[in-house]
Design a protein around this ligand. Structure first.
Ligand SMILES: Cc1cc2nc3c(=O)[nH]c(=O)nc-3n(C[C@H](O)[C@H](O)[C@H](O)COP(=O)(O)O)c2cc1C
Length: 325
């Protein structure tokens, strides 16, 4: 299939999906500040989308869960990520992504969260490759050959199983595969296994060379990502936590001043206020430590921001602080 994936210049650098971090507000700021080659939505429950609509008898466009599938044009290409272990639900979510204008659909097969795994989704797919394949095929059916499907997974469940697991996924008709370079058991507690990437590239080359291969884990700058991709033959690198407090990451800037950071946080607050229906404002609090630092009075301002109880209190506090920094 001819898709945005084939038009990217290699190596490419993409924004990782991070629930309650890379929400539509932060992604909009990132797209304006340092644009990734591809952006991902936070993961969204395909079953949740399906059941909410069924239960309430609503039209697709009335589903309140669509809030997490908002995006701005500036983010394109933008991929919608879903989790599910039920082919029917995945097919529905994929067809919904197509109708919402997404450029691609990604299936989460790596999330270690117990509540996701209990549903047989996320990392639990690694324990049941046959079901994983059905879910991938269902997504492919849902997008009707019009937009590409990709998968994000890990190196294995309790141990390295990439030699058996990755071929199962690569045999399917997917456009791209992202591997978070840890097992499920390792969570994010050990350094990502970059030393294994040449083996992963060899597996991809053997099983299905048409699939683009991306790796992910611990990369903190685009220069580092480029070096790693060029050294290993990867097509792309996905960056996640490096974006905390640094929406300039994809512009390869790590020298933002404290004032620039506060101005960026103010923009984030403003974009967050525009989300409809509104998202719980406590979500914003996880950004304060990363954005408010490096100047006299930073701890005090952080304290004041943390003590707020309404979204509307944030903007005046930041506007007052910015000229003084
Ligand atoms: C707060 C947070 C939320 C995450 N949410 C998702 C998610 O929704 N979907 C997903 O595939 N991975 C998710 N991840 C995993 C990241 O996409 C990425 O694989 C991981 O953080 C390792 O990359 P990094 O070291 O560049 O951050 C999340 C990670 C964090 C820290």
């Amino acid at each position: 299939m001819d898709s945005f994936w084939n038009k990217l210049e290699k190596p490419f650098f993409v924004l990782a999906p991070m629930a309650d971090v890379t929400d539509p507000a932060y992604r909009r700021l990132i797209a304006e500040t340092g644009k990734p080659d591809v952006s991902w939505t936070e993961f969204v429950s395909a079953d949740g989308l399906f059941h909410t609509r069924e239960k309430k008898g609503m039209k697709d466009e009335e589903n309140p869960l669509l809030r997490d599938l908002q995006y701005s044009e500036a983010e394109r290409p933008i991929v919608a990520q879903f989790f599910s272990s039920t082919p029917e639900m995945m097919e529905y979510a994929a067809s919904l992504a197509l109708s919402l204008g997404f450029d691609g659909v990604d299936i989460n097969m790596g999330c270690p969260d117990r509540s996701i795994e209990k549903q047989g989704a996320g990392a639990a797919h690694m324990k049941n490759p046959a079901r994983a394949k059905e879910v991938i095929r269902a997504a492919i059916k849902g997008v009707q050959g019009k937009i590409p499907v990709s998968v994000k997974t890990r190196l294995g469940y309790n141990r390295f199983e990439y030699e058996e697991w990755l071929p199962q996924v690569l045999e399917e008709d997917i456009a791209a595969l992202t591997v978070h370079l840890r097992t499920r058991k390792e969570m994010s507690l050990v350094p990502a296994h970059w030393e294994l990437v040449p083996e992963l590239v060899a597996i991809r080359d053997r099983v299905n060379p048409s699939v683009l291969l991306l790796a992910n884990g611990d990369v903190k700058s685009i220069s580092e990502a480029r070096e790693k991709a060029l050294a290993t033959g990867l097509d792309g690198v996905m960056l996640g936590r490096g974006i905390f407090g640094n929406p300039w990451l994809f512009a390869d800037r790590t020298d933002a001043s404290p004032r620039e950071k506060l101005e960026a946080l103010l923009k984030l607050v403003q974009y967050f206020s525009l989300l409809t229906p509104p998202k719980h404002f406590a979500i914003l609090k996880k950004h304060f430590k990363a954005f408010v630092n490096g100047f006299d009075g930073a701890a005090e301002l952080r304290g004041k921001l943390m003590d707020t109880t309404e979204l509307s209190e944030l903007e005046p506090l930041l506007k007052e602080a910015i000229p003084l920094v």
